[in-house]
Design a protein. Structure first.
Length: 71
């Protein structure tokens, strides 16, 4: 065993959630619009305290669907 390093998992390499600002940038809209869609129940999120987090898989799926890419 080389060194004292723990094996990295997929979760450690890539975040599973996007922040509000990141989500707005990816979707090409404002943070206010993302918040509005969340409040209307059209864009699901998980809240940690008052911070909404958006599932990476869901947001990436929306982008792929909008681009016509099948996964």
């Amino acid at each position: 065993m080389a060194g004292n390093q723990a094996p990295q998992t997929q979760a450690a390499k890539e975040p599973q959630f996007y922040l509000l600002k990141e989500t707005a940038g990816i979707l090409g809209c404002s943070k206010a619009n993302v918040s509005r869609l969340t409040k209307l129940g059209k864009l699901p999120c998980v809240r940690i305290g008052s911070y909404p987090l958006f599932a990476r898989s869901y947001i990436d799926g929306l982008v792929q669907k909008a681009m016509g890419v099948q996964s």
